[in-house]
Write a protein that binds this ligand. Structure first.
Ligand code: GH3
Ligand code: MG
Ligand code: MG
Ligand code: MG
Length: 352
């Protein structure tokens, strides 16, 4: 059996165009795996493929060799004979599809004449098209083109959907970002707090939530203007980001001049250390609005709650508790941290 050329009449009109399999991107390599046990048929197919401009042709004479080549070389298309010694073409097609997992390589079956059932079973096994042997070169090239077109389209779709996925991710991040301070916003904080409560509950680890509020910030705005107020918020945002050194610590802008810190795996003692460090850092942060008489010292008050979450713990209960603690810190004179669990409004705290 050999590859037979198209009749001369068929060739004349379309020969120049059809003789070569011209991929859309001519520079892109295209490889074909030929699985055919008959040497003469295989040789003829390989020759035709080379003539058609296929850059790489791989050959296998049985199913197992085909599978090994497919796995190691990943051709762009497979020409697969149905009748093979040992495992048949249907088996090979099923194995190839299983190997791919989510990818797609066109498979064109090679079947004998008058074998409609072969074709049916071939498509059922995962084939995409078929060619009747002996194969006409013009039909072979036409099918290669059609498959290449589908393959290109699919690859573009895959690229597009990956880009879309990335854009979506970016959009989600933007939706959860506060544009003034670049900290996570309230929406992001809510999501992360829910997630960290669930994680801490699962792991049986302590979780600390801290709500911080700048002291007398209205007065600052009224005296130095909103623009200077915004600058202050940016400084504080940077400082909070710096103080969150562990990868899962989150600093968020809760709203206005209020900030929230989510500190996973942080017990009361750790929360205390953290509050001290934050107080020290804030002390060294000096701001000087142009219309101010000199450097100004910002202060903030913080409400802290720490717990190992159980089934009654929710983001709402933790926020409420931190907010109550914040209120206590404010009413006890500001510039301090307070926690009901620790009753940490000590002299030391007052000196922060
Ligand atoms: P307290 O110590 O009790 O917290 O007093 P406070 O003045 O900080 O609190 P209050 O709630 O009375 O006022 C908060 C002020 O924060 C009001 C507003 O001037 C200021 N503020 C809130 N959001 C922004 C913002 O995005 N930019 C600026 N510049 N100021 C803000
Ligand atoms: Mg055969
Ligand atoms: Mg406030
Ligand atoms: Mg305030």
């Amino acid at each position: 059996m050999s590859v037979i050329p198209p009749p001369s009449s068929e060739r004349s009109a379309i020969e120049s165009d059809a003789a070569r399999f011209t991929p859309q991107d001519a520079s892109a390599p295209f490889s074909v795996l030929v699985v055919e046990d008959q040497p003469s048929m295989r040789t003829a197919l390989v020759r035709e493929l080379h003539q058609a401009g296929v850059s790489e042709v791989l050959e296998a004479e049985n199913g197992r060799a085909a599978l090994a080549l497919f796995r190691s070389r990943r051709p762009d298309l497979v020409l697969l004979d149905i009748r093979l010694p040992g495992e048949d073409g249907y088996w090979v097609a099923r194995q190839l599809r299983e190997t791919e997992r989510g990818e797609w390589t066109p498979i064109i079956f090679l079947s004998g004449l008058d074998n409609d059932l072969d074709v049916w079973r071939g498509i059922e096994a995962g084939g995409d098209d078929y060619l009747v042997k002996p194969v006409k070169p013009i039909v072979l090239v036409a099918k290669l083109r059609a498959m290449r077109r589908l393959l290109d389209m699919r690859r573009r779709l895959v690229t597009l959907s990956a880009e879309l996925h990335l854009a979506n991710q970016k959009l989600n991040e933007m939706v959860e970002l506060d544009s003034l301070t670049n900290l996570v916003n309230r929406r992001g904080m809510d999501r992360m707090l829910h997630a960290e409560i669930a994680a801490a509950r699962r792991e049986g680890k302590p979780l600390t939530l801290m709500l911080c509020d700048l002291d007398h910030f209205k007065q600052f705005n009224d005296t130095y203007g909103h623009v200077q107020g915004d600058e202050c918020l940016k400084h504080v945002g940077r400082l909070l980001r710096e103080v969150c050194v562990r990868p899962r610590d989150v600093a968020a802008r809760y709203g206005g001049e209020e900030f929230a810190l989510i500190l996973p795996n942080t017990p009361r003692s750790g929360a205390m250390t953290f509050a001290r460090a934050l107080g020290q850092m804030l002390k060294s942060l000096k701001v000087r609005p142009p219309n101010a008489p000199g450097e100004l010292q910002l202060t903030l008050s913080g409400g802290i709650t720490t717990c190992i979450p159980d089934e009654h713990t929710s983001a709402e209960t933790m926020l409420m508790r931190a907010d109550e603690a914040l209120y206590a810190a404010k009413s006890q004179g500001r510039n301090r941290f307070f926690s009901f669990e620790m009753q940490m409004d000590t002299i030391e705290q007052r000196q922060l």
